[in-house]
Design a protein around this ligand. Structure first.
Ligand code: SAH
Length: 394
């Protein structure tokens, strides 16, 4: 192991000793040598005590920890980490079962690989790097994926143009690292859908709502469903399978609506219960009558940084207030926030304010979160980001 050494200020080693995987710039006393962004570095505390190995990057988080034991980060390391993650997904019953081949394989810190996200859609792994170090490691990651997944993997698509730190100027280009041009359809809980990892949002699909969609299915029978911010229609197919009377899907992206229609056709050809609208959510809601008794609100992250938290909470309050105003008596609302900086408490407070404004009787039926293939490292509570409430409105 021959990495540049990063020395921490006295007393700043506490968080690493508690296995938190980030070193902030303010904790660093000195750096021996001059590491480049993305290089591996070894972190030391007082008395020259070894603490961890990680990826170096310029910014508020300076080191993302890969290992708390002294070791070389080589092919064996990647196979071990990706192998452990794969084993967990297999034990969760998500890998290539007759009804499911869509899952998150690597969830950053939750799988002890900060800066890396990998989603699997049938035989394709979509790899997303959020740090310079993971960008440079992409070929090693691809080799380990091939080794661990074997015949279950035919294609690896690298998609990091939008997620890598802009300032690092890495010149990354999205493209296949292995295979290419798959034309498969992915399978989630027995429902089929096209995933557009080339042009779609994130890695192509929002895998994190799988279990919440399943729950919705059980409450859809004979209901009139409004799926706001539907993206490629995830919640809509579950509602249809659950026996909804009608399903309206709304998203401001015309591309997303195009794919929603294709996906509905794939699962329920010729089914006239479904209609999709490429429109702004607030405009659609403003003119919607009181037609619905099941509403899903799954907006994009309203706050990406702490300094816009207030506005974000106002946004959640406003959006939920319209839903409370419009929903028919005896209706159910599935409402979500995927902003990491919005806490469970703050989100609940925003929804509470919206309910209070409507003056209606509202009960919380479920409190939802992200599924088990998006695990939260217990030493890194920041990894918990998805929050949802299922509400019964009288
Ligand atoms: N519920 C989806 C994921 C939603 S992601 C699923 O289960 O897959 C958020 C979506 O909100 C994106 O598709 C984005 O295009 C859409 N969006 C963003 N702003 C919007 C707006 N003002 N009105 C309607 N849709 C919007």
């Amino acid at each position: 192991m021959d990495y540049c050494k990063v020395y921490l200020k006295p007393k700043k080693e506490e968080s690493l000793l508690r296995l938190h995987p980030w070193v902030f710039s303010g904790a660093i006393q000195s750096i021996a040598g001059s590491p480049e962004e993305g290089d591996l570095v070894a972190v030391y505390g007082s008395n020259n005590r070894f603490l961890a190995v990680g990826h170096y990057q310029i910014g508020s988080i300076m080191v993302r920890i890969l290992s708390f034991t002294e070791r070389t980060i080589n092919a064996g390391f990647w196979e071990e980490r990706i192998g452990a993650a794969y084993q967990l997904r297999q034990s969760l019953g998500l890998v290539n079962t007759p009804t499911n081949n869509t899952y998150r394989l690597i969830h950053g810190e939750g799988d002890s690989l900060p800066g890396l996200v990998i989603d699997v859609y049938a035989g394709t792994a979509v790899v997303q790097a959020h740090s310079a170090g993971m960008h440079y490691a992409r070929h090693q990651v691809a080799d380990a994926l091939k080794e661990v997944l074997g015949d279950n993997l035919q294609h690896i698509y690298y998609k990091s143009e939008a997620t890598l730190p802009y300032k690092a100027n890495l010149g990354s280009e999205d493209g296949y690292l292995y295979g290419g041009h798959p034309d498969e359809v992915a399978l989630e809980n027995g429902l089929r859908f096209y995933v557009d990892w080339l042009k779609g949002q994130k890695t192509g699909f929002f895998v994190d709502q799988r279990e919440n969609r399943s729950l919705l299915e059980h409450y859809s029978k004979d209901r009139s469903v409004l799926n706001m911010f539907c993206y490629t229609g995830g919640f809509s197919f579950y509602a249809m399978r659950g026996g909804a009377e009608l399903v309206h899907s709304v998203d401001s992206s015309a591309k997303a609506i195009h794919l929603t229609n294709k996906n509905v056709e794939l699962n329920f050809p010729g089914d006239e219960r479904h209609q999709a609208f490429a429109e702004d959510a607030f405009k659609f809601l403003d003119k919607a009558g009181e037609n619905y008794n099941l509403i899903i609100l799954d907006p994009p992250a309203f706050a990406k940084h702490k300094n816009v938290l207030r506005n974000a909470l106002q946004g959640y309050r406003k959006l939920n207030a319209i839903a409370f105003e419009k929903i028919r008596p005896g209706g159910i609302i599935f409402t979500f926030s995927c902003s990491q900086v919005v806490s469970k408490e703050n989100f609940r407070l925003a929804v509470f304010s919206a309910a209070a404004q409507s003056g209606r009787n509202v009960r919380i039926l479920y409190q939802l979160t992200q599924p088990a293939d998006h695990p939260v490292n217990i030493y890194h509570p920041e990894g918990e980001y998805l929050k949802g409430l299922v509400l019964y409105v009288e």
